[in-house]
Ligand binder design. Structure first.
Ligand SMILES: O=C(O)CCC(=O)C(=O)O
Ligand SMILES: [Fe+2]
Length: 271
């Protein structure tokens, strides 16, 4: 159940930044070329905006509490969390055709593998496959696992450009997770490693099977449960990583799913 109030506002202003911006028609946007040389990818190289919540134009006062805004045909719902955390849920973000083309391309391009992590002093295999991609130098360490980035693939570059436009900030890395079925899962955690900086913006794109995504406050209080379906984009921002844990529990009978969390590793120079 969604415990917050939803209002629909039709208007030309960007729901993230309150600025006017031009968005192509759904048809034009859906012509996703799986090539790193797309116009969007080239424009990326010219921009390098920092991606902490406060500097990315994702300030608390810029959108209404619990509001769903429609911009062109893309719909964004804002959810306020405790202590200044908030979520922006884009549904739809990718069309079903775009999402299934992305899934197929990523299966071919991304070197997915099952990693071993250290948890409570024990080595365990992660219950899913994953791969870390990013700009040179965007290394990431979590649960005792140190990851050097694979380079951006064509599909990841195109998706990054789309997600950056929606989030109004730039990302230099992405963690790709592949849930092979309902037995694959992700335990509750916060994306709060020091290299992500304070109040990071994490943009999570879901492809394939719908899965339950749970956010729970670290110090008690109301949980938030979302159903992340094919082509949804969930942006976690503000103090979310500081005050909440999130995870994807096992869910019997579910099919394959891919999730991409775009991140910004601090202190890496854009190539
Ligand atoms: O699969 C998801 O929806 C969540 C992924 C996630 O939390 C992560 O990669 O840190
Ligand atoms: Fe996470």
């Amino acid at each position: 159940m969604i415990p917050w109030r939803i209002r629909t506002v039709r208007g030309p202003r960007c729901p993230l930044t309150a600025r006017r911006r031009v968005i192509g028609s759904r048809d034009r946007r859906s012509r996703l070329a799986w090539s790193a040389s797309s116009r969007a990818s080239r424009s990326l190289a010219r921009r390098d905006r920092a991606c902490s919540s406060s500097r990315a134009g994702l300030g608390r006062s810029r959108s209404r509490r619990g509001a769903a805004l429609v911009e062109g045909r893309s719909r964004v719902t804002r959810v306020e969390l405790q202590h200044g955390g908030f979520l922006l849920f884009h549904d739809p973000f990718l069309s079903p055709d775009e999402a299934s083309a992305a899934f197929a391309a990523l299966l071919v391009e991304v070197p997915l593998r099952q990693e071993t992590i250290r948890l409570f002093g024990k080595s365990i295999l992660q219950p899913r496959l994953s791969a870390w991609h990013g700009d040179p130098g965007a290394s990431y360490t979590y649960s005792g696992l140190s990851l050097l980035p694979h380079p951006w693939t064509p599909a990841l570059s195109v998706l990054r450009a789309r997600v950056e436009e929606a989030a109004a900030c730039t990302f230099n890395s992405v963690l790709v997770n592949h849930y092979r079925g309902g037995d694959d899962s992700m335990g509750k955690h916060s994306d709060d490693e020091p290299e992500l900086g304070q109040d990071p913006v994490i943009a999570s794109l879901s492809l394939g099977a719908r899965r339950r995504f749970v956010l729970e406050p670290k110090k008690g209080g109301e949980k938030v449960t979302l159903e992340l379906g094919e082509g949804n984009l969930l942006i976690m921002a503000g103090t979310t990583q500081h005050h909440y844990r999130h995870g994807v529990p096992k869910q019997a009978g579910r099919g394959a799913r891919m999730n991409l969390t775009f991140r910004r590793i601090c202190g890496v120079t854009r190539p």
